[in-house]
Design a protein around this ligand. Structure first.
Ligand code: HEM
Length: 257
C-alpha cells in the first residue's frame, strides 16, 4: 500500500503559499478598535469642554456618567467600568499596532531613507503616527489609570485641582497634541484603506480627505487648548481650597467633587 501524496498547489508564478486570513482579520480589528477610540475621543473632548459653558454644566455631565440622575446617588463604579472598557480597547489597539513598528535599527534606517527619498506626505504622516502612537502608550496610560481609580474626583474643582495643583497640565498638553494628531491621521488612513467616501477620482478624494483631516485636528486642538486653559484658570483660583468639592446651589455636598 502506498500513501497518497498531496501535490503542491501551483500558480502561474510557482507554488502558492497557503492562504492566511489572520493578518487581514488583525488589520480589520486594528481599524475597528482605532475607529472606536477615535470616535470616543471626539465625544470625550466635547464632554470635557463642558467646562467652557460653566462649572454647573461640567458638574452635570460628570454626575450624569455616575448615574446620579437615575439612582439618586453617585455610582462611581459606572465611570470605572467605562474607563476599563476604553483601556481594554486601547490595549488591544496598541498590541495590534506593535506589528507595524520597525523591529530593529536596520528596519528603522531603511524606512527613514525611504521617507527622505519619497518626500510623500502620506508616508511622512505614517511615520509621525508611529511616533505619536508610541508616546500615547505612556501618556494615555497615566490618565486612564487615574480616571479609573479616582472617578470620585472628576468635577469642576476636582479636575481643575488635578490639572493645576497636581501638575497634570504638562502631561495633558503633550497628550492633547499626540492624540489629536494620531487620531486625525488614523481616521484618515482608515477611510483611505477601506475606500470610504471614494467617488470616481481617488486622488481628488485623497486631497479632500486630507484637508478635512487637518481641519478636524485644528478644531479639536483649539477646543482642547481652550478647555485646558479653563481648567488651569479655575485650578489657580481654587488652589488655596485644594480638595474642596464644587457644590452647585441647592445640591447636597457629598456628591460634588
Ligand atoms: C473613559 C475614559 C476617559 C475618561 C473618563 C476621561 C476623563 C477626562 C476628564 C474628566 C478630564 C478633565 C481633566 C481631569 O479631570 O483630569 C480629561 C482630560 C483629558 N483627557 Fe481624558 N478621559 C478618558 C480617556 C482619555 C483618553 C483615552 C485620552 C487620550 C488618549 C484622553 C485625553 C485627555 C486629554 C488630552 C485631556 C486634557 C483636556 C484638554 O486638554 O482639553 N482621555 N479626561
Amino acid at each position: 500500500m502506498h500513501a497518497t501524496k498531496s501535490l503542491p498547489v501551483t500558480g502561474p508564478a510557482g507554488p502558492l503559499a497557503p492562504l492566511r486570513r489572520w493578518p487581514a482579520r488583525l488589520d480589520l480589528l486594528q481599524s475597528a478598535t482605532g475607529l472606536a477610540l477615535g470616535l470616543f475621543m471626539w465625544v470625550h473632548m466635547f464632554f470635557v469642554a463642558s467646562i467652557l459653558l460653566g462649572k454647573d454644566a461640567m458638574w452635570t455631565v460628570a454626575r450624569m456618567f455616575e448615574g446620579y440622575f437615575v439612582f439618586g446617588t453617585a455610582q462611581y463604579w459606572l465611570v470605572s467600568l467605562l474607563v476599563a472598557t476604553v483601556a481594554l480597547l486601547f490595549v488591544v489597539h496598541a498590541a495590534l499596532a506593535l506589528r507595524k513598528f520597525p523591529a530593529n535599527y536596520r528596519q528603522y534606517r531603511t524606512y527613514r531613507d525611504h521617507l527622505k527619498q519619497m518626500r510623500h506626505e502620506d508616508t511622512t504622516l505614517w511615520y509621525w503616527q508611529v511616533v505619536t502612537g508610541f508616546a500615547l502608550f505612556f501618556l494615555a496610560s497615566v490618565h486612564l489609570y487615574i480616571m479609573m481609580t479616582r472617578p470620585d474626583t472628576i468635577g469642576p474643582y476636582g479636575s481643575a485641582d488635578r490639572v493645576w495643583s497636581d501638575t497634570m497640565w504638562p502631561l495633558y498638553l503633550v497628550l492633547l497634541f499626540a492624540v489629536e494628531f494620531h487620531g486625525g491621521v488614523g481616521l484618515y488612513r482608515v477611510a483611505l484603506k477601506w475606500g470610504w467616501f471614494e467617488k470616481g477620482d481617488p486622488l481628488a478624494t485623497r486631497r479632500k480627505l486630507r484637508r478635512f483631516k487637518w481641519a478636524l485636528t485644528a478644531f479639536f486642538l483649539v477646543l482642547g487648548l481652550a478647555t485646558l486653559a479653563a481648567y488651569m484658570k479655575i485650578g489657580i483660583e481654587h488652589a488655596p481650597y485644594y480638595g474642596q468639592p464644587y457644590v452647585p446651589a441647592g445640591v447636597a455636598t457629598e456628591v460634588s467633587p
